[in-house]
Ligand binder design. Structure first.
Ligand SMILES: [Zn+2]
Length: 289
């Protein structure tokens, strides 16, 4: 791509059309970070050139797209997403706008670093930006282990026009086009197919107690209120205060913020990824009377 876009003094990607002429543009090169001059004369098509007079850099569309998508999500504090797997919107509209409270780029989640971590009223949402590399099996497994909802934004097919209009057009596509977005987690559970021949033959002793095992549950007493913690079959950790107390609600909210938990209104509980289990147990035990 030609040098018609650059990074301004606020680290934002800008077009040559949006900046002042000459060194006053205060821009740097997207590729090499050198100081740029905005050439906006009548002789040639407006473009940036390096202040050091070195030859123009070739801007790789992938690195630009990756950076620009982060910028757009951060400044818009939201994204239009397809419905979560298993959720069917009431209206004809198959997409909806998700509002973010805050957006952090490149935060660590255990040993995995998603491109964007958005914080929503009901917990975090991770966004992976794919330009050339997509979420592969190993990353998929890590995301499932984390148990945090994650969406992939596929920018690989986008054609970039490096002008002010082109940037605006691209921004609208990144924000609103739901066909570029795919849920990585949660996914609908795949039905397991078990063939009859592989089923083990189990002889059932009629005297045996066949009632299901109660869930392994830990109970903490915090300020006279029971708080239960249990691990669900699919690996998430659920924490629930048995009675409502504003103080306990604040404690659980803080834990959710620190350990990637989210409130599940339907069950009035807080769901955490499995990696948070031992820390949660420690923290809840420390709060006991
Ligand atoms: Zn350069």
């Amino acid at each position: 791509m030609a040098m018609t876009i650059a990074v301004d003094v606020n680290s934002q990607i800008v077009s040559i059309d949006d900046v002042e002429r000459g060194l006053a543009c205060s821009c740097r090169c997207i590729e090499c970070n050198e100081l740029l001059i905005a050439k906006k004369g009548s002789q040639r098509i407006p473009h940036f050139s390096h202040a050091s007079l070195k030859k123009s850099c070739e801007i790789a569309p992938e690195s630009f797209l990756h950076r620009y998508a982060k910028q757009v999500v951060k400044e818009s504090l939201g994204l239009q997403l397809p419905p979560l797997p298993g959720h069917f919107p009431d209206s004809e509209d198959q997409s909806s706008w998700w509002d973010f409270r805050s957006v952090r780029a490149e935060c660590w989640m255990g040993d995995f670093r998603p491109d964007i971590c958005a914080e929503l009223a009901d917990g975090p949402l991770l966004i992976e930006i794919a330009c050339t590399s997509f979420v592969h099996d190993e990353k998929q497994a890590r995301i499932e282990q984390l148990g945090i909802r994650t969406v992939e934004l596929d920018l690989s097919g986008l054609v970039v026009r490096p002008s002010a209009d082109g940037l605006l057009e691209l921004k609208a596509v990144i924000l609103h086009n739901t066909s570029l977005k795919r849920w990585v987690y949660p996914l609908l559970p795949q039905p397991t197919v078990v063939s009859a021949s592989t089923l083990p033959i189990v002889e059932i002793d009629s005297r045996q107690n066949l009632s299901p095992q109660p869930d392994a549950r830990m109970r903490f007493t915090i300020q006279g209120i029971w708080v239960d913690l249990r691990v669900l079959e699919f690996g998430a950790v659920v924490v629930r205060s048995v009675a409502y107390s504003p103080t306990i609600a604040e404690v659980l909210k803080r834990l959710a913020w620190q350990y990637s938990g989210r409130y599940v209104p339907n069950y009035k509980n807080w769901m955490f990824p499995l990696w948070a289990k031992s820390t949660l147990i420690e923290q809840l035990a420390a709060l006991e009377n």
